[in-house]
Design a protein around this ligand. Structure first.
Ligand SMILES: *[C@@H]1O[C@H](CO)[C@@H](O)[C@H](O)[C@H]1NC(C)=O
Ligand SMILES: *[C@@H]1O[C@H](CO)[C@@H](O)[C@H](O)[C@H]1NC(C)=O
Ligand SMILES: *[C@@H]1O[C@H](CO)[C@@H](O)[C@H](O)[C@H]1NC(C)=O
Ligand SMILES: *[C@@H]1O[C@H](CO)[C@@H](O)[C@H](O)[C@H]1NC(C)=O
Ligand SMILES: *[C@@H]1O[C@H](CO)[C@@H](O)[C@H](O)[C@H]1NC(C)=O
Ligand SMILES: *[C@@H]1O[C@H](CO)[C@@H](O)[C@H](O)[C@H]1NC(C)=O
Ligand SMILES: *[C@@H]1O[C@H](CO)[C@@H](O)[C@H](O)[C@H]1NC(C)=O
Ligand SMILES: *[C@@H]1O[C@H](CO)[C@@H](O)[C@H](O)[C@H]1NC(C)=O
Length: 622
């Protein structure tokens, strides 16, 4: 069979439809050419190549065309037919589920490229588009008629990534999907599994078919610091419906992981090639592969390290757009170039949706999951954050401006949107408001010092949010945080206002915060610190912070949040050893929040934890 794929059939389909269907070309914002690939230009390149008809005609075996040497297929570029390698085998990232659609992701590298081991020989004008077909079924055997199917192209322009939207799906339903090489339908990817979420109007008790909805929450996965056992454990040992990543999914730094078989490739990240290579390497981790295969993910693209350490809107600790700030970073890349590269690579490699085609950076977005919850994902890092702690400015600048009224962590637009989203969530009758964001929200003295890179460096902004919850009588708010590499569980309260909040009973609290430890990144209490030594530090910190009800700093891991209309239950999981691949983990503490209570249930964690220190163990009378 001669396999020829034709673009622009019969004028009804746009000539670039196959390219446009792959959202990676619009990575991330199609209205902004700095980010997006111009699919018309790529199409023209393919057409120009097709006209020269450079591929071998050997495969064309047809008695009616005995002397075929290549014709003018000006408007019908060939697609690559030399085979593809689904390089991230089994790796499909169903992401950003809505009620009737979900994003599907894969990567398909033409075999010639893979064979030569050369990254991009296809960058010559000879390039062909690579055509992938995809099918979505409601059963694991992929039998019967697909509920959705389509074809899309990829090419070296987007690092051979494919991100398509499957639409017309039923809410709250599990689906299975597979990609195939259009030119060789037998060459298929493994089957991926995903699901849709409830329609916004589904009554709370009917969400997820009336079952609990469980979110698995991760942050700070540094390749060289350890194996991603937390992902593996979450994929195999608990049942989570959605995986959430709060940032630091990759790190720009190199480190030295050789002693645990985790040598990082490349250099400190600065260019698009650097960021792609790093995402590529991270996604070879066995635990991460399993986790992506198992469930849809919802991610916020940034804590700082998806760009670089201590990032804020106009710089990082070692880069900005000043002459010195450019020369300081690897390859001499200036900050804005670095940020553009990081954002683009992230959108190519992650199944995240464009939120607003006119906004160059917006990823903050809200998921209405029936009337059970609003899951509100923020960008507290890259969007419009005022200057942060950059190490050289801590004492002189940040420490003096940390309480300034004008200081903003999210930018006015996002802050207005957050206020409105919380209010309208209450008005639409959603039971829970879960706010997923990067950095620790509550005030946290760590042995008399604040982390000024967290909300403690933006105290007036935090107060405005707490005021909004209080004034609007917005109940059942649960803040999620990552970034800190340790576990912290708080009742949400205005800092220092002892007249309003009672740490023994929790009366007066405005909600709760669950901050989770890192998947692998090292403890702020000291790399590899033992549980006993970490508990000594936790004891001091818990004593300094009345709303802090639990602190744990030894184990790497994650937590899950299980929601139903009556309770929210957070279970913290500790992984025993991340220096080799394993799923040896245990639940270290379980926290219950009753709907309407706006505080952790007492006794906190049932008065009994397997690791870490409870407020009640330090300060029984507070
Ligand atoms: C496919 O890609 C994987 C991952 O890069 C590589 O290990 C494997 O050798 C490739 N297979 C072929 C046939 O090129
Ligand atoms: C749902 O969650 C609640 C609270 O954690 C728990 O008591 C209950 O057993 C769970 N139900 C199921 C079916 O797992
Ligand atoms: C830019 O970065 C350099 C190197 O870190 C630093 O010395 C300089 O103060 C920074 N400039 C600004 C305006 O932030
Ligand atoms: C959000 O609400 C708080 C409390 O009402 C208010 O102080 C703050 O100004 C609001 N933020 C914006 C950006 O409107
Ligand atoms: C709470 O008090 C401490 C001093 O004990 C101060 O450093 C901190 O800024 C205060 N927090 C707020 C939000 O006022
Ligand atoms: C923890 O503190 C106790 C009491 O001060 C001390 O005896 C013990 O040695 C400390 N443990 C570690 C591991 O530092
Ligand atoms: C983790 O595993 C490594 C490799 O087996 C071992 O050397 C190390 O002692 C273990 N660490 C802990 C804390 O058990
Ligand atoms: C996690 O699941 C794996 C695979 O089923 C199993 O081998 C392992 O023992 C489980 N780990 C724990 C701690 O239960």
């Amino acid at each position: 069979m001669f396999l020829l794929h034709i673009l622009g059939l019969a004028g009804t389909v746009s000539a670039t439809a196959h390219l446009d269907r792959n959202l990676a070309y619009h990575s991330p914002f199609e209205n902004h050419p700095q980010f997006a690939r111009d699919t018309r230009e790529i199409h023209a390149r393919h057409v120009a190549h097709a006209r020269r008809q450079a591929i071998s005609a050997e495969g064309f075996d047809d008695q009616h065309y005995p002397t075929f040497y290549g014709g003018d297929f000006s408007n019908s570029p060939f697609v690559w037919s030399g085979g593809v390698n689904f390089t991230h085998s089994g790796e499909f990232l169903p992401g950003d589920p809505l009620d009737t659609s979900v994003l599907l992701w894969t990567r398909a590298v033409p075999l010639a490229v893979a064979k030569k081991g050369s990254p991009v020989p296809m960058q010559s004008p000879e390039s062909f588009p690579i055509c992938l077909s995809y099918v979505v079924f409601d059963n694991v055997d992929l039998s019967g008629y697909p509920v959705h199917s389509g074809e899309a192209y990829t090419s070296y322009d987007v690092d051979f990534t494919v991100k398509v939207e499957a639409t017309g799906l039923a809410p709250d339903t599990q689906y299975f999907f597979q990609f195939a090489d259009c030119t060789d339908p037998g060459s298929v990817s493994p089957v991926g599994k995903t699901r849709t979420l409830s329609n916004a109007d589904t009554p709370a008790e009917r969400v997820n078919g009336g079952n609990n909805l469980t979110l698995a929450v991760f942050s700070c996965s540094q390749y060289q610091a350890g194996w991603f056992n937390a992902y593996d454990f979450a994929a195999h040992n608990i049942s989570a419906d959605v995986f959430i990543h709060l940032g630091d999914y990759i790190y720009e730094s190199l480190g030295n992981g050789a002693h645990i078989g985790r040598q990082t490739l490349g250099r400190e990240l600065a260019t698009i090639a650097d960021y792609r290579l790093r995402l590529n390497q991270y996604r070879t981790d066995k635990g991460l592969v399993a986790a992506h295969q198992n469930a849809p993910w919802i991610t916020v693209w940034c804590d700082d390290h998806e760009v670089a350490d201590q990032s804020w809107k106009a710089g990082t600790a070692n880069s900005n757009d000043s002459v010195i700030g450019c020369s300081f970073s690897p390859s001499g890349a200036c900050f804005t170039d670095r940020k553009l590269a990081a954002v683009r690579a992230y959108h190519e490699w992650m199944p995240i949706r464009q939120v607003d085609a006119d906004d160059k950076l917006r990823i903050w977005r809200n998921f209405k999951i029936g009337k059970l919850l609003d899951l509100t994902m923020l960008d507290t890092r890259q969007y419009q954050r005022d200057v942060t702690d950059l190490y050289y400015n801590t004492a002189i600048v940040i420490n003096t401006i940390k309480t300034a009224e004008s200081r903003s962590l999210m930018g006015p637009e996002q802050e207005t949107w957050l206020n409105d989203t919380l209010t309208s969530s209450k008005h639409r009758g959603a039971v829970w408001r879960v706010v997923g964001q990067q950095i620790v929200f509550s005030q946290l003295f760590e042995e008399r010092a604040f982390d000024l890179d967290a909300w403690d460096g933006y105290q007036a902004n935090r107060a405005r949010i707490l005021d909004h919850l209080q004034a609007g009588e917005i109940d059942n708010t649960i803040v999620l945080a990552g970034d800190s590499h340790a576990n912290w569980v708080f009742d949400l309260a205005h800092p220092n206002v002892t007249s309003e909040y009672d740490p023994v009973t929790g009366e007066g609290a405005l909600g709760v915060e669950f901050a989770g430890t890192a998947v692998t990144s090292t403890s702020p209490f000291g790399a590899g610190i033992s549980p006993a030594a970490a508990d000594n530090i936790s004891t001091i910190i818990v004593g300094e912070n009345p709303p802090l009800q639990w602190s744990e700093g030894s184990y790497r891991g994650f937590f899950s949040l299980t929601l139903n209309p009556n309770t929210a239950v957070a279970t913290y999981y500790a992984m025993r050893n991340v220096s080799f691949s394993n799923t040896d983990g245990f639940a270290s503490a379980v926290f219950v929040v009753e709907s309407g209570a706006n505080k952790l249930s007492r006794p906190v964690a049932g008065g009994n934890v397997q690791a870490g220190v409870l407020q009640s163990q330090v300060n029984s009378t507070a």
